[in-house]
Design a protein around this ligand. Sequence first.
Ligand code: SF4
Length: 311
Amino acid sequence: MLTYLIILLDDTSTSYCHYEVNRKERRLISLEDLKAGIVFAMKENLNVQFVYPDYELPTEYLEAIDSIDHTDIKSVKHCDGADVIVLSEWDDEIPEDATCIIHSSFGELSEHVMTVNDWLRRFSRLNLVLTGVDKFKDGDIYSYKKTLEALADSVMEMYRQGRSVQLNLLTDRLMLTDMNNCRAGDSNVTLAPNGKFYLCPAFYYEDEKKNVGDLKSGLHIKNPQLLRLDHAPICRQCDAYQCRRCIWMNQRLTMDANTPSHQQCVVAHLERNASRHLQKKLNEAGVRLTGSQHIEEMTELDPFNIVNRWK
Ligand code: SF4
């Protein structure tokens, strides 16, 4: 069921997910389309998330935005009033107790474990969005596993000291009982600055022709069931519940929006297993988290390799 509408306010709006924004020229959504998008969200009873560029919007835009309950996603360069702040550098100055996102390659993350630890002591939540997942090799498994375990050990120490820490890659899985994927095109769609709908911002930036309708004719997602978990025979057996199951990356890497690649599965399973490592450490330290779900031991990193078990 559709629950969220993401409104990209400008072509230069910050990226909060796996896609890159390479556009430098401003293209602000027209005021008419912004208002029509808000009416669409009201009629469909959708939660709205606005994604901002790095400049001040005209007053009439801010008034339209304030006419509906919403979440503001802003870059750290222009983050007044933001609900979610997208960082661009590892030494960005951030308000205390913010919810933040940072893009990181695997290599950068391994070099910045201490920075992440420091941020976790100050932020209410940190979402790490990994870049270069498409280039992840089996030879990178050991290094990523070690990085995650180092982070898990620090997170455990913070919990032991009474600080409730949220780091998407490690702590989400502790509490999940089923898949918590991105669900672009299923639970959320994006309205772009051109007044057209897209499965998510990544599809807009990749090719504007990949729209799935517009404000005048409405949403037209062909075969929407082919984006859903219940039509993904391997994913629906999987318990790496924190996986984004990014349909944009799926399409690029497997030519099927509903089927993740080997790389995505391996990365998601390393994170799942690191959550298990964290859980074990918490149990040993006598730290009990309300709602924590037991994570079974699993050695296989790609569910495709154990597909016979589910037949
Ligand atoms: S499909 Fe979802 S996870 Fe992938 S880039 Fe789009 S919003 Fe992000």
